[in-house]
Design a protein around this ligand. Structure first.
Ligand code: XMP
Length: 321
């Protein structure tokens, strides 16, 4: 008889068997897969697991708190946060090309994470690395380990093979919906268990143009408003995701109060999808769009226009970069 509780019990037993009295490291991204994998391993080996969360400064509003406060409160996990915001900003300075940004973010991420691993290894016998690989990833890679590699450009956390770790992959037999149910069973916060997909390179690929601290602040504020209103309207489960994109190199004329403005547009990109391979633009209710637009233009300095993307995928991708 298949139950979520039995999956948890089986996986906890399997992890204990594999790890023995060793120690494990798990990178948290803020997403559901790494969170559920970490929570399972935490249940199995307790404080012999240490989680590492890299704040690359490209996170959305509230995401660091969700990990540092809510995830830790729900699981009691040991957490190390690495504040690498300055480092990523410096590495991204002057770069506008999307693929270039992805490469830089991926490279810096690996460097920062490896340093965190070295620091931990100096403290204790960390021999295991936890990864949130799901069944579809395993199938896609032909059943071998290192499933993340096939989508290396999509997985900021993809690590080189030469690190002396044995992988622990407790989600290898599960589909996404099962992972979410395991997350609920383990008492993880709703905001993590039902989080919509969010790209590893984060807001870095939602600023069209160079990434700067000021632009990140603008985009974070606009994105937070869009998410707040979509959640308040009860639309989260109807939408696959809704990127908010800052056209940082574009300005248009507007008028606000008594004055002329010359600010940036942001684009709302709500999409419906089954698997992100194809997508349709979501017909959001006009009153919700209206609230998002009014609030963003009122509350976010230097943004004076909100634009709706009505392109399906194909021909448009979900992200703008
Ligand atoms: P596109 O834009 O290709 O996006 O239609 C399809 C899905 O993948 C996500 N995405 C990424 N995820 N690293 C990631 O981890 C990336 O570089 C990346 N690019 C796109 C996107 O959010 C959507 O869910």
């Amino acid at each position: 008889q298949w139950t979520v509780a039995s999956i948890v019990d089986d996986q906890v037993a399997a992890i204990r068997e594999q790890v023995g009295d060793g120690r494990a490291i798990c990178g948290l991204s803020g997403g559901v897969d790494s969170a559920v994998a970490a929570a399972l391993v935490q249940r199995a080996i307790g404080d012999r697991l240490t989680c590492v969360f890299v704040d690359h400064g490209l996170l959305r509003s509230g995401e660091r708190t969700q990990v540092e406060r809510d995830f830790v409160a729900a699981t009691g996990v040991n957490l190390v946060t690495v504040d690498a915001r300055e480092r990523f900003l410096a590495a991204l300075a002057g770069v506008s090309d999307p693929e270039q940004k992805r490469k830089i973010i991926g490279r810096e991420f690996i460097r920062v994470f490896e340093q965190a691993e070295r620091d931990l290894k100096a403290e204790g016998d960390y021999r295991f690395l936890v990864q949130g690989t799901l069944y579809p990833d395993v199938v896609e890679s032909g059943g071998g380990t290192g499933a993340a590699n096939i989508k290396s450009h999509h997985n900021v956390g993809g690590l080189p093979d030469d690190l002396a770790f044995e992988l622990v992959e407790p989600l290898r037999s599960l589909f996404k919906d099962e992972v979410r149910r395991v997350g609920v069973e383990l008492g993880l916060p709703e905001t993590i268990v039902h989080r919509q997909p969010f790209p590893g390179p984060g807001l870095g690929i939602r600023i069209i143009g160079e990434v700067t601290a000021e632009r990140l602040d603008l985009l974070r504020a606009a994105d937070a408003i869009a998410r707040e209103e979509l959640t308040a309207a009860g639309l989260d489960r109807d939408i696959w995701q809704c990127p908010v994109v800052l056209l940082a190199d574009v300005r248009s004329v507007g008028v606000q109060g008594d004055g002329r403005t010359y600010g940036h547009p942001v684009v709302l990109r709500p999409v419906s999808s089954e698997d992100a391979m194809t997508a349709d633009w979501t017909r959001l209710p006009y009153d919700v769009l209206e609230r998002i637009s009014t609030r963003i233009t009122n509350e976010v300095d230097d943004v004076n226009r909100v634009v709706l993307d009505v392109t399906s995928k194909p021909p448009g991708t979900i992200e703008w970069e």
